[in-house]
Ligand binder design. Structure first.
Ligand SMILES: C[S@@+](CC[C@H](N)C(=O)[O-])C[C@H]1O[C@@H](n2cnc3c(N)ncnc32)[C@H](O)[C@@H]1O
Length: 336
């Protein structure tokens, strides 16, 4: 605990004598040298050693779909609505500002810029976003690696958001400490992610043993990807651990969290809203699974095993032959 309190005051070492980050604007052309094209013809994000998942238009379309389903599930762009509104109230002394770390396609950043037109929004990612419409004038993007820290942004933001980025973060508790220091007093930190653990129709965790009789192919793929991401150094357990890690940071208070079970595909009759969300999640999972081949191959899986895993999981999800839930965790905290 004492160690946590001490380290919560410590930002990562500056990367250069310059106070500005090592970035280039998203308007610069995509630097193909930093990207790797895989055997399946898709562009991979390999700008750090940890994150080996697609970073092409197809992936950004998947992220847009996922953004849509999370927004529907949360009933808005963020959890902890009262705290966020309080942190972003229109003020006369300065412009409130929002940081989105691991912004992906940029959808959350753009939607926040539209919802809060009097705020500045910055999205940061290893790769440029995919902006299809008009970029709101109060929104911009930077290319940077969150693992290098945010010393240049100390006390700069009123809301900091990091969603589904854990696979690319080497030390998630340290990452949270960095984000806490980036916040202004009264600012809100929002983190969220889907678990790689899947759940059965009674919301019980499915077996981690891929050879157990009741194990679904989808769970097998998720479990294999979980191991691969962990072996590459990603902090993939962060969804369930975030509340605990946030509580250990001295500079934060009012930690809260919210967990949502979402059926993967419309296998249960509930209501129209859930049917829409679960259908979107099934489409999201199908696209996600189809992008996992390079990660699994990098783990030493044989190409034929990868093909079988992906094909069987795809069939299972399309046929809804197994009733699965995915659990999403959203946590928040306020800077003292
Ligand atoms: C699964 S996507 C989520 C995108 C977005 N946050 C969302 O919820 O739609 C993860 C994103 O995090 C980015 N990412 C992963 N590791 C990163 C790092 N170390 N620094 C910056 N971005 C990172 C990836 O490039 C990718 O765009």
């Amino acid at each position: 605990m004492a160690q946590d309190a001490q380290s919560s005051d410590t930002l990562s070492e500056p990367r250069s004598s310059s106070p500005t980050p090592l970035l280039y604007s998203y308007h610069s052309s995509l630097d193909e040298q930093l990207l790797l094209r895989n055997a399946y013809g898709r562009i991979l994000n390999n700008q750090n050693d940890t994150y080996l998942l697609p970073a092409d238009n197809e992936e950004h379309r998947r992220l847009d779909l996922q953004h849509h389903l999370i927004t529907l599930s949360l009933g808005g762009l963020y959890a902890a609505k009262d705290l966020v509104h309080r942190a972003l109230w229109p003020r006369t002394d300065r412009t409130p500002s929002i940081l989105d770390v691991g912004t992906g396609s940029g959808s959350w950043a753009v939607d926040m810029a539209i919802e809060f037109p009097y705020c500045d929004v910055v999205g940061v990612d290893l790769v440029p976003p995919r902006i299809t419409g008009k970029l709101p004038p109060n929104c911009r993007f930077e290319i940077d690696d969150a693992n290098l820290g945010f010393v240049h942004y100390k006390d700069a933001f009123d809301v900091v958001h990091a969603r589904s980025i854990s696979a690319g973060i080497r030390d998630y508790p340290q990452f949270l400490r960095e984000l806490a220091l980036v916040l202004r007093p009264g600012g809100v930190l929002l983190v969220g992610d889907g678990e790689m653990q899947l759940y059965d129709e009674d919301r019980q965790p499915l077996s981690y043993n891929p050879n157990s009789p009741g194990c679904s192919w989808t769970q097998k793929v998720f479990f294999s990807a979980y191991n691969a991401m962990k072996n590459r150094g990603g902090n993939i357990d962060s969804p369930s651990m975030s509340p605990q890690w946030l509580r250990a940071i001295d500079g934060l208070t009012d930690v809260g969290w919210h967990k949502i079970f979402i059926p993967i595909g419309p296998w249960r009759q509930f209501d129209a809203r859930e049917a829409t969300i679960s259908e979107l999640l099934r489409a999201d999972c199908l696209k996600y699974i189809s992008g996992l081949a390079p990660l699994l191959l990098s783990e030493g899986y044989l190409p034929e095993s990868v093909d079988t895993l992906i094909r069987e999981a795809t069939t299972e999800l399309r046929d809804l032959s197994v009733k699965l839930y995915s659990r999403w965790c959203f946590a928040w905290a306020v800077k003292k």
